[in-house]
Design a protein around this ligand. Structure first.
Ligand code: ADQ
Length: 467
């Protein structure tokens, strides 16, 4: 079997995994690459005056990383532009935030072409290529134009939007047609897979069979749901590390007998943080007896702060949390502890374990790994309660959580009340089922099922060629 080449927008530099600062997606990819002794190709995050296509190759931990620098204009038009100001808000149902600028789509096409141009010479005949996420939707097309006939798969980490939303995007058909140069397209959920199939049938006049063969634009591809998981085993052992024990103790001793509700998110408008704060405020209003008996710890790591919508959400959250704290706090109690920094995985695991409730209420989310990490970090003898948005992909798998509509303050407030009062027996029964799923459907299962499905495909099949 050939090597695995993973392509993603950003690549975590070797060494970050050891430092414990790598996020869920990066952990997932490193695990896959170690198994297939592959290459991880992507943007270095650096820019230079002109694009040279020169690669910086580094080896670490059984993984070869190949990085390419882009130009500043690429960063603005491709990364901050089309990826994060057009596709991200659109695919997260925030049409009010979508910017359609011609220079963005040009920059997006240019960077995908530059990726293909730099990657193509590295590809050997037996390799299989796995492209990650919405930054690189047209990459297969660009590679095919450079005579790369290898198997190429694509995995979308974010939701696929409903047809009516997608058709608001100028040149949407071109974007979708480009996907048909992949041999396999993976989605997080059946819901996303079905939304894609709906577009193929209703907007592109194509067809999709029961087993996921999609035909349109004179081409065929296969589609499927491959829900991503966490590295559950390593996360559970991180939860037992000294660092985790220390952060657990530190968090628990700061409780002073109170119960802790925890949110952990990238600071992003899709995560529903403002709505979460307001729902928590509703809970405090509905249950005055609970005031001073609980607090919300919200850890929100700033991200994409060159994009205005992210600066806006950051200042809104500061203002909403400040207002709630101003209205409810007492000399020895602050209802919301709002923290804007990142934590190492092991430290984070200890904080998860200390929390009585994990509050995961995105307004839209491809999967949401925090929900799974929260479950993996719990003490089996005294587990906390997961409250989970029905609009997170994870809700398709995690039905034993308290499932809520994140737009409904009343529902979220009521789930908080229920979670705080839930008897140990019920907490354990729910957690047992959740934990079994998190362990079974982990990142290894995700990787293996995607790679096996990709290898079953014959590369480069067109509809007019025999399958
Ligand atoms: P994200 O939108 O980044 O990922 P998520 O799945 O929650 O969302 O992953 C976030 C990761 O970052 C988690 O592993 C979490 O532990 C980590 N993290 C968040 N805040 C942190 C902090 N303060 N300190 C340290 N670590 C922190 C995208 C999609 C998701 C999809 C993933 C993977 O938007 O829907 O689940 O990719 O496919």
């Amino acid at each position: 079997m050939g090597r695995l080449i993973v392509v993603s927008n950003r690549v975590s530099p070797p060494g970050d995994a050891a430092a414990g600062t790598v996020g869920g997606l990066a952990m997932a990819i490193s695990a896959a690459l170690r198994e297939y002794s592959g290459i991880w190709f992507g943007w270095s995050g650096q820019t230079r005056e002109t694009f040279t296509g020169q690669l910086s190759i580094q080896q670490a931990d059984g993984v070869t990383v190949a990085l390419v620098d882009l130009e500043e204009q690429d960063r603005q038009e491709y990364y901050n532009g089309y990826a994060n100001r057009t596709l991200w808000p659109l695919f997260h149902y925030r049409t009010d935030l979508v910017a359609y600028e011609r220079s963005f789509s040009e920059g997006y096409a240019r960077v995908n072409s530059r990726f293909a141009e730099t990657l193509a010479p590295l590809v050997q005949p037996d390799d299989f290529i796995w492209v990650q996420d919405y930054h690189l939707l047209p990459l297969a097309r660009q590679l095919r134009q450079r005579d790369i006939a290898n198997r190429i798969g694509f995995f979308l980490h974010i939701p696929w939007p409903a047809r009516r939303l997608l058709t608001t995007l100028p040149r949407h058909a071109q974007l979708v047609e480009g996907l048909f140069d992949y041999d396999l397209i993976g989605f997080q959920t059946h819901d996303s897979r079905d939304a894609f199939a709906d577009y193929i049938v209703q907007a592109a006049g194509g067809s999709v069979t029961e087993d996921g063969v999609a035909t349109a634009f004179g081409k065929r591809t296969r589609i499927g749901a491959f829900p991503i998981g966490i590295d559950a085993e390593s996360f559970a052992s991180a939860a037992h590390s000294d660092a985790a024990m220390e952060s657990f103790q530190r968090a628990r001793s700061s409780l002073l007998g109170r119960k802790m509700i925890l949110g952990v998110d990238r600071l992003d408008y899709s995560k529903g943080l403002e709505e979460r704060f307001l729902a928590y405020e509703q809970f405090l209003v509905d249950h005055p007896d609970q005031q001073e008996k609980v607090f919300l710890l919200q850890i929100a790591t700033p991200s994409r702060d060159e994009v205005e919508a992210y600066q806006d959400i950051r200042s809104r959250l500061e203002s909403v949390s400040g207002r709630i704290n101003g209205a409810f706090a007492d000399v020895d109690w602050v209802p919301i502890r709002y923290v804007n920094r990142g934590y190492r995985r092991d430290v984070l695991a200890g904080i998860y374990r200390a929390a009585h409730i994990g509050l995961v209420t995105p307004l839209r989310d491809g999967m949401n790994l925090v929900a799974k990490e929260y479950v993996a970090a719990q003490d089996p003898e005294d587990p906390g309660v997961l409250i989970l948005s029905e609009l997170a992909g994870a809700a398709e798998q995690m039905g034993e959580a308290l499932i809520v509509n994140p737009f409904s303050r009343e529902e979220v407030a009521e789930a908080i009340r229920r979670g705080l009062e839930m008897p140990l027996e019920e907490r354990k029964a729910r957690w047992d089922i959740l934990s079994e799923g998190v362990n079974r459907d982990d990142v290894t299962a995700w990787r293996d099922s995607f790679v096996a499905a990709l290898q079953r495909e014959k590369p480069g099949q067109d509809a007019d060629r025999p399958a």
